[in-house]
Design a protein around this ligand. Structure first.
Ligand code: ZN
Length: 391
């Protein structure tokens, strides 16, 4: 325990049974302190402290030298927080950090974000003026933090997280690829318990040249008070977002369980799946869909759409997921469309004798070996391959 920056800081102490974070939380609770911070004292070494409220911290922070400004606010478990996003984009080509290219990318990313955000939660519309945009971009990456002080979530690790999962599910279900790209660059890992998020004007201890600062091109952020750029400064006029977070969490759980149990691994042997995939990749449809396995339907493969395109089954343009692959016992591969009224699919690959043998062998091995009756249709075929498989 050490007194600095006008508060009590807890650091690692081997004599203590509790870690510095836990001791800080306990002390903060006793002293009715509501604003928690972490100070990065070394590359991977943090000290923890808390202040009465955000303004008490900002008063103390004003007196901290720039070189020592390595502070993060801690979004306490169970504590309300403003809506926020952490978006990072690594650049392929290194450019000048002050260049107009970076500014243009930040602006484009922000514009795309705003559209996607409002499509996800139209009941809680966010305007450009309500956003606070912070940048830590350099020549190698574009990095934005967006805080929306107008909206508040009950907590970070459940409510804000559920909201984000809903956002993610919606955007990745057959939406234009640009939106998906935006979400790929949105850090979904920040919606966790006791998350640390960097504070305006602070840098990582290793990288003092890259402090988090207001995005200069965003006027509302340039004129905003410092308080408005904190995630844990919940004002009295904040609107609480209640997206039935609990319900979303449950739905999400069911959804992903279903997805995980059905899509993941085929019951067919890997070598067959590999052959099917290799064949599929040779077809022009591979640019539109990614092939996925479904556990309980071995001969069907889900096609997850990557881009909109022409449907060979119904001869129309489709923008959403709607196709699947069917592997015939002959080894032939067919493309089907959920939107097509007719049952017929389009043949993508001809029968393949070697593959047919593999399929039958695999199928026989998985089928419970009930005694075969002479009148069972095609029993000769099964018997043959059953014995082949035993060799
Ligand atoms: Zn179609």
């Amino acid at each position: 325990m050490e007194h600095k920056f006008e508060s009590t800081y807890f650091k690692t102490d081997k004599k203590q049974t509790q870690g510095p974070q836990a001791r800080c939380h306990e002390w903060g609770y006793k002293n009715s302190h509501a604003f928690f911070v972490a100070f990065q004292a070394g590359p991977s070494y943090y000290e923890y402290s808390c202040y009465r409220d955000p303004s008490a911290f900002l008063d103390a922070y004003a007196g901290v030298w720039e070189a020592e400004r390595c502070f993060s606010e801690q979004i306490r478990e169970g504590q309300a927080c403003n809506e926020y996003y952490d978006i990072d984009w690594t650049l392929n080509e290194v450019s000048d950090s002050s260049s107009s290219t970076i500014v243009t990318m930040e602006q484009q990313m922000f514009a795309a974000f705003l559209i996607a955000r409002n499509q996800h939660a139209p009941d809680y519309v966010v305007t450009n003026e309500q956003c606070r945009v912070l940048s830590a971009s350099n020549g190698k990456m574009v990095s934005l933090h967006i805080v929306i002080p107008a909206y508040v979530f009950e907590n970070n690790h459940m409510h804000m997280k559920a909201f984000m999962h809903g956002f993610h599910d919606r955007r990745t279900q057959g939406q234009p690829s640009e939106d998906c790209q935006l979400l790929e660059h949105t850090d979904m890992g920040v919606y966790s318990k006791n998350r640390l998020m960097r504070i305006l004007g602070s840098h990582k201890s290793r990288d003092p040249s890259r402090p988090l600062k207001r995005a200069e091109w965003h006027e509302p952020s340039m004129v905003a008070e410092d308080e408005e750029l904190l995630i844990c400064n919940v004002g009295p006029d904040c609107v609480k977002v209640t997206s039935n977070a609990q319900e979303v969490t449950v739905k999400r759980g069911e959804h992903s369980q279903l997805q995980e149990s059905r899509i993941a691994r085929s019951s067919l042997p890997k070598q067959i799946v590999d052959i099917v995939r290799a064949k599929y990749m040779q077809t022009p449809h591979a640019t539109q869909f990614e092939m996925q396995c479904i556990t309980d339907r071995a001969m069907i493969f889900k096609l997850q759409r990557k881009a909109k395109g022409h449907c060979a089954v119904c001869e129309r343009e489709h923008g959403r997921d709607n196709s699947y692959l069917r592997l015939a016992v002959s080894g032939a591969l067919f493309l089907h469309c959920h939107r097509s009224k007719g049952p017929a699919g389009v043949k993508l690959c001809e029968s393949d004798f070697a593959l047919a043998i593999d399929i039958e062998t695999a199928t026989v091995l998985q089928t419970p070996h009930e005694p075969l009756h002479a009148d069972t249709i095609d029993n000769a075929r099964y018997l043959t391959h059953y014995f082949l498989a035993q060799v």
